[in-house]
Design a protein. Structure first.
Length: 627
């Protein structure tokens, strides 16, 4: 396996492939000179990781030196190069590699390297990190066609191209914090699923509700399950007998995530209301002039022998200086004409001000919307970059009211907020008054998703000082740092819900599973372990095809939890992608399958598996007890 990228995602992906799936990994990173522009903390963490990674690979090579089939170590574990040229990729062993992950933060660099790698090895499995979905779809089709044309006589079924985005992978988990105050979610076929903890029951029977039982939690210290005080870890994917026998232990069940808070205001198709189009001062001024004109018309009607309609007409002509001078008219008529002319002089600048204000209001309405005055129970989304844009789209699909805060008016997600008519506050969140403008005092959740850790932490602390019970979810770069911040904030505010997550921690398992040849839908963490959810085609799979759902179940390793009921020709290629048109899509997944259902070759199933269980399922490890 070859991984190209020196950021946190590339580092964690290389570690995931080597430690979880037991594969040899070659990591290609930029030279030290090219990393000088990065922050000092990022460079320090990268240098520490590179040294630890090289030492770990060296130890692994020493441990397998006496094996019957030693690994091929022709390519070094770490290669530094300024560009991903043909020579660099060949030095990394791309000709003999089985999979290549291009996880640089530059889309153009990843595309160029992908085209080069496909030319050098048509049978290579490619995993590319791209933010642009449409471009990624077209690129995947192009590379698959190139692989088929390069070797028409050979089987290129495994030479697939998978385009993923760390933003799309982490967005469902971050969006779920606004609903259930947890990031333990996975998105499948437009449905959010979460791992919900259930309290232990006296008899140990399976907890009511939920799609299936994912894990048995570790028993408390005083529980009878503790033998001699020894540690008992949680059990992933237990069978019904283990759940029934586990008295006094909590369970983790899989259930759907539903939002029950206030709904977002519906989008208005018509124009901007008068109250927002013109200011209150301008409206009062126009009303005063109207009363003045009405009084002049009444006075003309009473003093002259005019009908009410004609008196109004004459008054309007005098106000706009369109009438003849009343030289031969009575004195009262001349006085009223002068007053009408004076009122007309006052009316002209008011009309000009109204036109300018309406023009400015229309420009503001067409660009960004302000938070409504009576808004409450909403989510304050800080940052509209890559991650924030995807989270905003997911929250809007769920009907959750959102107010965005962004410092850069040209940020990536500002255009999306403008199209969705989502309120946006432009300003630096570290300055006073910015969060107040976003109605943080009446907000339900704060999602701090900027790319600067200090900004996210400062925003969270300030939000807690304004409203102590607001839910806070932080995006932090380093996973270890996120854990420390999470514990500290929870200790300082024990009665408030605080979550801190690293996007690379949420996205790395999906990229690793794609390199192993299976479509990863997401991951859920249970205590110190992780469960992966993948879509698997049953055709040609000896562990699934022709077996019942009960026979496919391997306790502690994998379990079939869902079946794609759509026709193979109409299936969605990516179950993890957001829904575009829910009304026209084919039937969704079927949950709670009967244990006696026999899996056919045309079926596609959703599997919950441990990391090592998924590695066994894709054929990378020897499956014990399975012929």
């Amino acid at each position: 396996m070859v991984v190209c990228g020196d950021d946190a995602l590339g580092q964690r992906l290389a570690e995931e492939i080597r430690e979880v799936y037991g594969q040899q990994v070659t990591l290609v990173v930029p030279t030290s000179g090219d990393r000088r522009g990065q922050p000092l903390s990022v460079r320090t963490r990268a240098s520490t990781f590179f040294g630890r990674f090289t030492a770990a690979v060296g130890r692994a090579a020493g441990n397998t030196a006496d094996d019957d089939e030693p690994a091929d170590h022709s390519a070094g574990p770490l290669i530094e190069a300024s560009e991903l040229t043909d020579e660099v990729l060949l030095e990394a062993g791309i000709a003999q590699a089985e999979a290549l992950a291009l996880v640089n933060d530059d889309d153009e660099l990843n595309i160029r390297a992908a085209l080069t790698a496909r030319r050098l090895n048509p049978h290579l499995r490619l995993v590319i990190r791209l933010f642009n979905r449409k471009l990624g779809q077209h690129l995947a089709e192009l590379l698959d066609q190139a692989s088929a044309l390069a070797s028409p006589d050979l089987d290129t079924a495994h030479a697939t191209t998978t385009v993923l985005s760390d933003a799309d992978t982490a967005a469902p988990a971050l969006a779920a914090t606004a609903i259930a105050a947890t990031s333990k979610v996975v998105e499948v076929d437009g449905l959010l699923l979460r791992a919900a903890e259930r309290a232990p029951t006296r008899s140990g029977q399976r907890a009511d509700g939920g799609l299936c039982t994912l894990a048995l939690l570790s028993p408390p210290d005083d529980a009878p399950g503790r033998r001699g005080g020894g540690a008992v870890e949680c059990e992933l994917l237990p069978d019904d007998e283990a759940v029934a026998a586990a008295a006094g232990r909590g369970t983790v069940v899989l259930e759907t995530v539903e939002y029950n808070g206030p709904e977002a205001a519906p989008r208005r198709v018509r124009g901007v209301p008068i109250g927002q189009l013109f200011s209150r001062r301008l409206r009062w001024t126009v009303a005063g002039l109207f009363v003045c004109a009405l009084a002049l018309a009444v006075a003309t009607w009473l003093t002259q022998e005019y009908s009410p309609l004609h008196a109004t007409y004459v008054t309007v002509l005098d106000m706009f200086a369109m009438g003849d001078p009343a030289e031969d008219e009575p004195r009262s008529r001349r006085v009223l004409q002068l007053l009408s002319g004076f009122a007309g002089l006052l009316l002209l600048p008011v009309l000009l001000a109204a036109a300018l204000e309406a023009f400015g209001t229309f420009r503001t309405a067409s660009s960004l919307r302000r938070p409504p005055r009576r808004l409450s129970g909403h989510v304050v989304l800080l940052g509209l970059g890559k991650i924030g844009t995807r989270v905003l789209a997911r929250l809007f699909e769920l009907g959750i009211p959102v107010v965005c805060v962004e410092e850069d008016p040209e940020a990536r997600g500002v255009d999306l907020a403008r199209r969705l008519r989502v309120p946006v506050v432009l300003g630096d969140v570290t300055q006073e008054g910015v969060l107040e403008a976003a109605k943080i005092k009446r907000a339900r959740t704060l999602l701090a998703l900027t790319s600067i850790d200090s900004t996210n932490i400062e925003a969270a602390l300030y939000a807690r000082s304004v409203k102590s019970d607001v839910k806070v979810s932080l995006r932090l770069y380093d996973d270890e740092f996120a854990t420390v911040v999470n514990r500290t904030l929870r200790s300082a505010h024990p009665n408030s819900q605080t979550l801190s997550r690293s996007c690379t921690h949420l996205a790395a398992p999906a990229f690793a599973s794609a390199m192993m040849g299976r479509q990863n839908l997401g991951s859920l963490s249970v205590e110190r372990q992780v469960l992966l959810f993948a879509a698997v085609n049953v055709a040609g799979h000896p562990l699934l095809e022709g077996c019942t759902v009960g026979e496919c179940f391997r306790p502690g390793r994998w379990r079939v939890i869902g079946l794609d009921a759509a026709d193979p020709a109409e299936r969605r290629p990516d179950l993890a992608a957001p829904q575009q048109d829910a009304e026209e899509r084919p039937p969704g997944l079927v949950w709670n399958l009967h244990p006696g259902y026999v899996l056919r070759s045309t079926d596609r199933v959703v599997v919950a598996a441990t990391r090592r269980g998924l590695a066994e399922l894709v054929g990378r490890r020897r499956v014990v007890g399975v012929s």
